[in-house]
Design a protein around this ligand. Structure first.
Ligand SMILES: *Cc1c(COP(=O)(O)O)cnc(C)c1O
Length: 483
């Protein structure tokens, strides 16, 4: 048996390349990254060539392929096709960009296989994540009782908050009598979360919106009163701290007042808008957010981290344990009793999250914060708000209709040609064409949305790489098509 084992050991040696073989691939990948990044500032946001289908030519087989062939395929079939999400020209969806030093942090994390599940096995990783959670809690204005975890994104973070609310509020008991309130501008991941958590059987109540597309708090109040009279139990209200469509911020203080009075759980989805708390402008707009029972932020948006970084924060951190702490025999040597914890810094992230073996997401956030400090983020975010406001003002002067003045960094606009002004279909089609024409220039990429049947073009500025150049470029492109 020993000779067989030794033969197998030899056969699997390639999995641990020596220095020379490590360099051979690392240097080539670094070159690829350098080429990609250096092309970004004035590069195209959409690549012309490159087809994802070419990947089909490399199915896994017994022996590996030639390295060059593999890297060429990555370049052609992975890096090129589609929208360049790292480009500053991306003004659609909610961009972020992906910080380079976070990529290096991930490299270090992955190469050392650091683990952020159980504190005992990797105290540095767990503490680093917990420190980042504390920093976020402070940013929101939560006190020391709050806690949370870093998730893979806003959808998972919102799901976690909904699970916590469900358990705390016992929403599955007589579910049909429990009422959940939000507006039609709520992110669809929350509706998914209700479906996943079994809460779709509750009464789901859409709250009407004001003309400037925020939750109409008077309507919320009226609906709550009416539901109580009908014998229903108002239980959960979701507010948006920056809607995806428009960047609108619901009146957080007013919703909180109602939620508190009626004993409802108040969840705030700040996946897009939360990080604007780093700016003075944002702080003013997001006043009262510390009153929410749970808050979601998305570091892969507002902190420009690479995709795969969300955060859920719960005002009463112990509620997260109630929903996610569980014992297992095979963990008996490492799992700590909650009562024995000195403080939240030593919590095992797996005790407050659905995941056990978790990607260590702390370093990709910690490293840029350590290197650059908070102020750089504040400046970048303030720049984004001002770019959106500048665009909003300029586009009105070009004769476009717009949505409300941007509170944050998203705004909507459309052009209504005089000859079509009574024909919504034609106006919608005109704006779709306008969008496609801008996209085909490949310098900047905008997308559209539909609000009450009206097709709006949408500008979302959040990549750290988006600057005045991109906004001017979009304005020029639009101007020449309507002028
Ligand atoms: C992006 C977004 C989400 C979803 O977050 P993901 O990170 O994409 O999963 C939820 N809510 C809002 C307001 C968002 O902008």
């Amino acid at each position: 048996m020993i000779s067989k084992i030794k033969a197998l050991e030899k056969a699997s040696q390639a999995l641990e390349p020596d220095k020379e073989n490590r360099e051979k691939i690392r240097i080539e990948i670094e070159k690829q990254v350098a080429r990609f990044i250096e092309k970004l500032p004035r590069g195209s946001v959409l690549e012309e060539e490159g087809a994802a289908q070419n990947l089909d030519a490399l199915p896994p087989k017994e022996e590996g392929y030639n390295q060059k062939k593999i890297l060429d395929t990555i370049e052609e079939s992975l890096l090129k096709p589609g929208i360049n999400m790292a480009s500053g020209g991306l003004l659609a969806y909610i961009p972020g960009g992906g910080l380079y030093v976070s990529a290096l942090a991930d490299y270090l994390t992955a190469a050392t296989d650091k683990y952020a599940g159980v504190y005992e096995t990797s105290p540095g990783a767990a503490r680093m994540e917990n420190r980042m959670v504390r920093w976020l809690c402070n940013l929101v204005g939560y006190d020391e009782d709050s806690f949370g975890h870093l998730s893979s994104g806003g959808s998972m973070a919102n799901l976690t908050a909904i699970v916590t609310a469900r358990d705390e509020m016992k929403l599955l008991e007589n579910a049909a009598e429990k009422v959940i309130y939000f507006t039609h501008q709520v992110h669809h991941c929350l509706i998914k979360a209700l479906r996943i958590t079994g809460l779709a059987q509750c009464k789901i109540q859409l709250v009407p919106m004001t003309d400037d597309l925020k939750m109409d708090v008077t309507s919320l109040q009226r609906l709550v009163k009416q539901h109580k009279e009908e014998g229903l139990v108002p239980s959960l209200v979701v507010g948006s701290a920056g809607t995806t469509d428009l960047g609108r911020i619901d009146d957080i203080q007013a919703i909180h007042k109602i939620a508190k009075l009626e004993n409802m759980w108040f969840h705030v989805d700040g996946a897009y808008g939360g990080f604007f708390l780093l700016t003075e402008m944002g702080k003013k707009e997001l006043k009262g957010i510390q009153e929410a029972d749970s808050v979601v932020l998305d570091p892969h948006k507002g902190m420009f981290l690479p995709y795969g970084s969300g955060a859920v924060l719960i005002k009463k951190g112990c509620q997260l344990f109630n929903s996610f702490y569980m014992k297992a025999n095979y963990l008996q040597d490492t799992q700590v009793e909650i009562e024995d914890l000195a403080d939240f810094n030593e919590v095992s992230p797996s005790d407050v999250s659905p995941e056990l073996s978790r990607h260590f997401r702390g370093l990709r956030m910690w490293l840029p914060l350590q290197l650059y400090g908070e102020k750089v983020f504040q400046s970048a975010l303030e720049e984004k708000i001002l770019l959106a406001r500048y665009f909003h003002e300029r586009i009105q002067k070009l004769g476009f209709e717009t949505g409300p003045y941007p509170e944050l960094s998203v705004t909507i606009f459309r052009y209504v040609p005089e000859e079509y002004k009574d024909d919504l279909e034609k106006v919608n089609a005109f704006n779709r064409k306008l969008m496609q024409a801008v996209q085909q220039e490949r310098k900047v990429f905008i997308a559209s949305t539909t609000i009450n049947g009206v097709n709006w073009l949408r500008l979302a500025v959040l990549s750290f790489r988006t600057h005045l150049y991109h906004i001017e470029s979009l304005l020029t492109s639009l101007k020449k098509r309507v002028g």
